[in-house]
Design a protein around this ligand. Structure first.
Ligand SMILES: [Fe+2]
Length: 266
């Protein structure tokens, strides 16, 4: 792959997305489409940042950039067709994305390995856990995407809670979850045991915030841990959670985990 091909993918992406904007007819939809358009661009940037810190060869950074740019390509059709980003209420946006890339033949000029990394990386990016029996080179790219994706989702969520809530995009970002007091035992247990929560443990908004904290257990590379710390992502989410003793204890464990992994070299 070369830079010209990336430019071609970028202009295809811009063109493809432009068809989804209602141009003012439906402001909620335009907001949702813009959210995912910007997210895709930012995940591409986050991938470059992590990739460069890991000293990846230019060729691998190019592949990873395409993976970042295209990982949520199924989101636009998903929102247009179903009016939601919830896969459980519509369809799997990762599978949808791969289908779009295949149907449009956009990846046709790439090498087989490049195509396979991009298609499988998309398919695996929203699984709770990555399969362990994959080829190590493939797994490396899948992990890179998952780290970069989370870095930007944290930014979106925090930004929303601190700056955008008044604009009323609740249904898109809060997934229709009730803002009730407390949280489920399972969400808390996951923080103690070093597990990423499953969506079945999520009963209210606090559970959703705890899930986002538990994502640190699914982070793979030290540059990502460093960015989480530097950007104070966990502190920001903690500050919008209820202050209970048991939660404070669990968060201490998360904090230690983060500190240890910030200093480990990949
Ligand atoms: Fe996604």
């Amino acid at each position: 792959m070369n830079r010209d091909q990336i430019r071609h993918f970028q202009s295809w992406f811009d063109d493809y997305i432009s068809n989804f904007y209602s141009k003012g007819q439906d402001q909620e939809k335009d907001w949702a489409i813009r959210l995912k358009e910007e997210h895709s661009q930012r995940v591409r940037q986050e991938i470059i940042l992590i990739g460069q810190r890991l000293n990846l060869p230019e060729q691998d950074i190019l592949i990873a950039e395409v993976l970042g740019l295209f990982h949520d390509i199924g989101r636009f059709y998903q929102y247009q067709r179903y009016g939601t980003f919830r896969d459980d209420l519509s369809e799997n946006h990762a599978e949808l994305g791969v289908k779009i890339l295949v149907d449009t033949n956009i990846l046709n000029d790439l090498l087989k390995e490049e195509k396979d990394i991009i298609k499988n990386g998309i398919l695996y990016h929203n699984l709770r856990k990555l399969p362990e029996d994959e080829d190590p080179r493939f797994l490396f790219f899948f992990k890179l995407l998952r780290d970069a994706d989370k870095l930007d989702i944290w930014r979106i969520i925090i930004n929303y809670y601190y700056k955008e809530q008044e604009h009323n995009h609740k249904s898109v970002l809060e997934l229709g979850l009730p803002d009730t007091p407390g949280y489920s035992d399972r969400s808390l247990d996951n923080l103690y045991s070093g597990q990423t929560s499953s969506s079945s443990a999520i009963k209210n908004l606090n559970d959703f915030k705890l899930l986002q904290i538990s994502w640190v257990y699914d982070i793979n590379f030290s540059p990502t841990f460093q960015e989480i710390k530097k950007r104070k992502y966990i502190d920001e989410i903690v500050s919008i959670l209820p202050e209970t003793q048991e939660l404070k204890k669990a968060l201490k464990i998360v904090e230690n985990y983060l500190t240890v992994h910030t200093t480990i070299q990949n």
